[in-house]
Design a protein around this ligand. Structure first.
Ligand SMILES: [Zn+2]
Length: 503
């Protein structure tokens, strides 16, 4: 054989598109050329591939070697193509041959095999970035695919169902596997890390109204804005939201972990929903993603979890504007000269703000120094369209002076049980949380008692509410009814939903 064709996966955003690695060996002066928009790292891999082949006890063929990575317009980074390139050189030079597939001589036995791994000079394999993205992409594209990865990466990839994942330590082991001499070990999924202990809602004393809003937000997946003076407990409450959310479904946990693995930080693999709380000095790029080599931003790291923006009006207008697309579509596209990448960003949006720049407006024991105009300008920093996308608006009263003497609040574990049961009702009825109900589905899923319908009509016309605001109230009322176990929305559910509306 003078031509070997193998399959690998590149990385574009959180997608891992397939890459054909074609290795051709021809007579001529010895050269080793990699074509197909290879960047510096891929060019460096020529040296690694050569050394790994020699140090694994094979010959590096004398002749013209051309490796073509296709499609050519795909940006390919990192040394992940070392392994398929090295195996390609060994196959093309005839040093390694693969027994024919059971399907007959015309069937390429390596068609279903996807390989990725960086080689060290000694021929051992170094873990690749984002193995979960590779595995999710492979599983989506082919049924019965096999994945050969460095052992550490394989243990992560093995979480993805529908794939056979092999764990390899060296180039020699991979060769023995494809020749049938000694199969690789089947990768066992690395156990999910123990969930971190989350702060409990029993720490929050008083603030019954806000606690109820938080429970509704958790139960229906609703976005939440808390307005109140410093010390009222806004951030304490937000930090306790993950502790009352339902655990992530397995596929959502994998998607969240795949994004975390792109950032190179230890991922929060597990069924605990992610919680991200970027500081208000965060740039638009840090918030939504970007950079010369695009990286996911906070909104994508909060995918399937919670994004909490404290002191919302302090964020730059540019950062807040950048949130509009993902709030609407659940994803973000980042365009760069060479490529456009897409990151998913379906997060639950929670925000907090003071009522005025100094924070004390309306407080019984502190004097507010702000003029009425300053206070209204402050609130106007958060644009109407953004407020319009928030289902629950809640005003927190100042903390009571004697809050220490109040009894502890209900613990998170008890609230979470109600939330989980409520979410199950929603998923059984419509397949998704109430917050995602729109249009026709909203009407179909929200049967109302006669008085409830009348109350909604009167309240919304009195508030001059838009259709969007009416839908927002209806979604919240649906969740209130689901928490009560009622299929028909009653007057009291509408009454509660309407009050979560400050604007
Ligand atoms: Zn003030």
């Amino acid at each position: 054989m003078t031509l070997a064709v193998l399959t690998s996966r590149a990385l574009a955003g959180v997608d891992a598109p397939a890459v054909r690695v074609e290795t051709h060996l021809a007579a001529g002066l010895p050269t080793f050329t990699v074509v197909g928009l290879a960047d510096v790292e891929v060019r460096e891999s020529r040296e690694r591939v050569r050394a790994a082949i020699l140090n694994s006890g094979y010959d590096f063929p004398a002749g013209r070697i051309t490796v073509n990575l296709s499609p050519a317009d795909l940006r390919k980074e990192s040394g992940r193509f070392d392994l398929p390139m090295a195996l390609g050189v060994l196959l093309a030079s005839g040093q390694v041959s693969v027994p024919p597939a059971p399907g007959g001589p015309g069937d390429d036995p390596l068609t279903h095999v996807v390989l990725a791994g960086e080689l060290s000079l000694t021929g051992t394999l170094v873990p690749v970035a984002a193995p979960l993205a590779i595995a999710l992409g492979t599983a989506r594209d082919h049924a019965h695919a096999e994945l050969i990865l460095p052992a550490v990466s394989a243990a992560q990839a093995a979480h993805v169902p529908g794939l056979r994942v092999w764990a390899a330590h060296t180039l020699t082991e991979v060769v023995s596997h494809v020749t049938g001499a000694a199969p690789l070990a089947v990768a066992r999924p690395a156990p999910w890390p123990e969930p971190l202990p989350l702060p409990c809602l029993s720490d929050v004393r008083g603030q019954g109204g806000a606690r109820r809003a938080l429970e509704l937000a958790a139960a229906g997946g609703h976005s939440l804005l808390m307005v109140g003076p410093p010390g009222a407990g806004k951030s304490m409450l937000a930090q306790r939201l993950p502790g009352i959310l339902p655990p992530l479904a397995a596929e959502h946990a994998l998607e969240a972990a795949a994004i975390a693995s792109l950032t190179g930080e230890p991922g929060c693999m597990g069924t605990q929903p992610p919680f991200r709380a970027p500081h208000h000095t965060a740039s638009a790029a840090a918030l939504v993603g970007g950079g010369a080599r695009p990286r996911p931003g906070e909104i994508s790291r909060a995918h399937h979890g919670v994004l909490f923006l404290d002191e919302l009006p302090e964020f730059s207008r540019r950062a807040l504007e950048a949130l509009r697309e993902p709030l609407e579509t659940g994803q973000i596209s980042i365009s760069r000269a060479m490529q456009t990448v897409r990151y998913p960003a379906r997060f639950q949006f929670v925000a907090a703000m003071n009522p005025c720049p100094c924070g004390w407006r309306g407080h019984p024991r502190h004097a507010c120094r702000c003029s009425a105009e300053q206070a209204s300008r402050y609130r106007a920093k958060v644009s109407g369209p953004m407020l319009d996308r928030i289902d629950l608006h809640v005003m927190l009263p100042p903390a009571q002076a004697d809050w220490m003497s109040l009894p502890p609040g209900e613990p998170s574990a008890a609230i979470r049980e109600r939330v989980v049961a409520c979410r199950e009702r929603q998923v059984a009825r419509q397949g998704e949380p109430n917050a995602a109900l729109v249009g026709h589905q909203l009407e179909a899923c929200c049967p109302m008692a006669e008085q409830a319908r009348e109350l909604l009509r009167v309240a919304m016309s009195r508030l001059h509410a838009s259709a969007r605001a009416t839908h927002r109230a209806l979604r919240v009322a649906r969740t209130a009814a689901d928490l009560d176990g009622d299929e028909i929305i009653a007057e009291r559910h509408i009454a509660e939903a309407v009050q979560y509306r400050l604007s």
